[in-house]
Design a protein around this ligand. Structure first.
Ligand code: PLP
Length: 376
């Protein structure tokens, strides 16, 4: 008899009646089972008779909620005891100055891989508090690819190299973490837990909530404890990662709702096979859309090199702005929503994070084929 294959449930392929395919870059589509659980917990968490938003962050229910969140994140990250998980109020963009204040001496510097709009903004945030040097300048190639190791200039002496694993606006993604002679810090906001990825190659990885983790206004930080021990101790505690680690991310009143959402999202990912199972699913989802781009005979114009295509954010231009408007209006009528590209990049962008239902990618590809035929 063949060995039984352990049954990992597949995420639902379609949204339920009354909901649409939401391609939004963020806040983005969430699993309906998580939304349903949140709806119930809003009224009564764990049978306490007290709703999720009404629970004291010092009470037993929150202790349990927090333990569940740490456990679910650990199950997804696979990182061991040498790592701390922090939940911080505020978004990803806030981490750039915080990281520099915590981990860069006053006379030190940060190496930056400028691979897209978010990395570029992050570099600016960092430069407001510490010196930065570009280790890769993607503006020269209009962000059409992410660098191979050989394209990153020498980082030795840098406090760390900061890079972005998935460039949400431009639609490029690192296949694996860069190998450099400096500690590695990663903005994984738009592809955390979406595939097998060597998180342990890093010293710090962060992702704000609104993409693969659910709620906006909160950021999850995974950081090596050894790094926390070397952090600047003179910072105000509320700006100190070490202080958040010491206090289980509740030095003051934490964003309790966001912590619950991250916990439930991470559990949902783990229950559906974890990042390793989502990698091939996300690859297959994105492949439908790239196939339509490739057979359009140049009608759809991706700006990224084919070998750097992202499985999370698929970005392309159309022959004119008028066609972009028509594409957005017509796709919306078919229940394919949120496809307009970033306001600073234009074109069309389909974000298909873990929770985005697979069938929507097939429907978008079919729509794209027909749209190109009618307008090409
Ligand atoms: C969305 C996004 C951000 C911005 O996150 P905020 O939480 O809004 O600060 C930063 N980096 C990447 C890669 C993103 O996709």
């Amino acid at each position: 008899m063949p060995h039984a294959v352990s049954a990992v449930p597949e995420p639902p392929a379609t949204p339920s009646v009354g909901r649409v395919y939401n391609f939004s870059a963020g806040p983005a589509a969430m699993p309906e089972s998580v939304l349903g659980q949140l709806r119930e917990e809003m009224f009564d968490l764990f049978g306490t008779g007290i709703g999720l938003l009404e629970q004291s962050h010092r009470g037993a229910a929150y202790d349990r909620l927090l333990a569940e969140a740490f456990q679910a994140v650990d199950a997804c990250s696979g990182l061991g005891d040498e790592w701390a998980t922090l939940f911080l109020p505020g978004g990803s963009m806030q981490q750039f100055s915080l990281m520099a204040m915590n981990f860069v001496p006053k006379d030190g510097w940060v190496a930056f891989a400028d691979t897209g709009l978010w990395a570029h903004k992050g570099e600016h945030e960092t430069s407001c508090v510490r010196r930065v040097r570009k280790a890769f300048d993607g503006t020269a190639c209009r962000y059409d690819h992410v660098p191979a190791d050989g394209e990153i200039s020498d980082c030795s002496g840098a406090a760390y190299l900061s890079y972005c694993s998935n460039n949400t606006v431009e639609g490029t993604q690192f296949a694996r973490p860069p190998r450099v002679a400096a500690p590695l810090f990663c903005d994984a906001t738009s592809d955390i837990f979406s595939r097998e990825y060597d998180l342990a190659a890093h010293d710090l990885v962060f992702a704000s909530g609104q993409k693969n983790l659910g709620a906006s206004g909160i950021t999850m930080v995974l950081v090596r404890r050894s790094l926390l021990e070397r952090a600047d101790r003179s910072l105000p505690p509320m700006l100190s990662y070490a202080h958040f680690a010491r206090t289980e991310s509740r030095p003051n009143t934490p964003p309790t709702f966001g912590v619950r959402v991250i916990g439930l999202m991470a559990k949902w990912i783990a229950d559906h096979g974890g990042p390793a199972a989502f990698g091939p699913r996300n690859r297959a989802k994105a492949a439908h859309i790239y196939a339509s781009i490739d057979r359009s005979g140049g009608f759809y114009r991706p700006s990224m090199r084919a070998d750097c295509r992202s499985d999370m954010s698929i970005s392309f231009q159309l022959p004119s702005d008028a066609l972009v408007d028509r594409f957005v209006a017509e796709s919306e009528r078919e229940g394919l929503c949120g496809l307009r590209g970033h306001r600073e990049w234009g074109g069309i962008r389909a974000c298909v994070y873990n929770a985005f239902p697979a069938k929507g990618c097939e429907l978008l590809a079919t729509f794209m084929d027909e749209f190109a035929r009618r307008n090409g």
